[in-house]
Design a protein around this ligand. Structure first.
Ligand SMILES: Cc1cc2nc3c(=O)[nH]c(=O)nc-3n(C[C@H](O)[C@H](O)[C@H](O)COP(=O)(O)OP(=O)(O)OC[C@H]3O[C@@H](n4cnc5c(N)ncnc54)[C@H](O)[C@@H]3O)c2cc1C
Length: 248
């Protein structure tokens, strides 16, 4: 079976600077169908490049897709998205997602950095459960998460590993979702598995980007790894661990 993802040509219709490091791109495209999975992502190939980077679908309609892109110090998409990109044609791959809320979940906890904020916003505005969010975000984005969400904004004086180690876990079944820098996420996944002995179906921890001295030489598509892992009956944790391995 081919693991090649379907691709769409999309044109950048709008570019909005939401904060110092977050840019909203609205793309026009035909035939895009959401998976409905709340942390779904697409691959993005920007003009003149062939390498893919992955972005969460912040929202979408039949002919429009909204991606919120972090512009950090240096990077292939970062440099492109920092300029005047309206009218540019990009390639977008078909969406995939991994957020899997158990039927009996009675609460939700979301933790992440700025790259995780689009997914946390979409999840929080859609799931009707008591939800707590810890967002490690240096930018001022007070209205980005839904009004009424129980949000703790964190600066980088504390590590996300420390935040997770200090969490006060609600009683009963629930779901924990988290994304951020890959090495940090690997350590946190181990902590949840070994120290907290959480059932694999009750949490999802994803490495969204890697600290590296230079631009990443290649990006690894999480889609085929996710599909193969599911076909093999692996848990999301095992699949994301495989994804981390493939990128290291
Ligand atoms: C499933 C999934 C969903 C994602 N969703 C989003 C999203 O909605 N919005 C979003 O902005 N990102 C998201 N990401 C993360 C994004 O794909 C990476 O940050 C990507 O590396 C950015 O590409 P770039 O071309 O700008 O930088 P690259 O060319 O990949 O990297 C250049 C340099 O920048 C560093 N770097 C990469 N990302 C960051 C960062 N975030 N902060 C600081 N330094 C960094 C690298 O270590 C490297 O040294 C997601 C990733 C995955 C796997």
């Amino acid at each position: 079976m081919s693991t090649r993802a379907r691709q769409f040509d999309a044109v950048v219709r709008r570019r909005e600077q939401l904060s110092a490091h977050l840019v909203r791109l609205t793309l026009g495209l035909d035939g895009f169908v959401s998976t409905g999975i709340l942390d779904e992502w697409v691959g993005l190939v920007v003009p003149g490049q062939f390498q893919v980077r992955y972005y969460t679908v912040r929202s979408c309609a039949e002919s429009e897709l909204v991606l919120d892109v972090v512009v950090h110090e240096v990077g292939l998409v970062t440099e492109w998205a920092s300029g005047d990109v309206v009218g540019d044609t990009v390639v977008v791959t078909e969406p995939k997602g991994s957020f899997a809320l158990p039927d009996d979940a009675a609460w939700l906890m979301l933790v992440g950095d700025l790259t995780a904020l689009p997914a946390m916003a979409r999840i929080a505005e859609t799931v009707d459960l008591p939800t707590r969010i810890w967002a490690q975000v240096a930018d001022d984005l007070p209205d980005y998460l839904p009004a009424g969400a129980d949000v703790t904004w964190l600066d980088d004086s504390v590590s996300l590993a420390e935040v997770v180690a200090g969490l006060d876990w609600p009683d009963g079944p629930g779901y924990f979702w988290m994304a951020g820098e890959s090495a940090d996420m690997r350590a946190i996944r181990k902590h949840l598995m070994r120290d907290r002995t959480l059932a694999a179906s009750s949490y999802d921890v994803m490495g969204y980007w890697r600290h590296a001295a230079q631009r990443q030489p290649r990006a690894v598509d999480p889609g085929p790894i996710y599909r193969q892992g599911k076909a093999q009956g692996l848990s999301d944790e095992e699949i994301w661990a495989k994804y981390d391995e493939a990128r290291s």
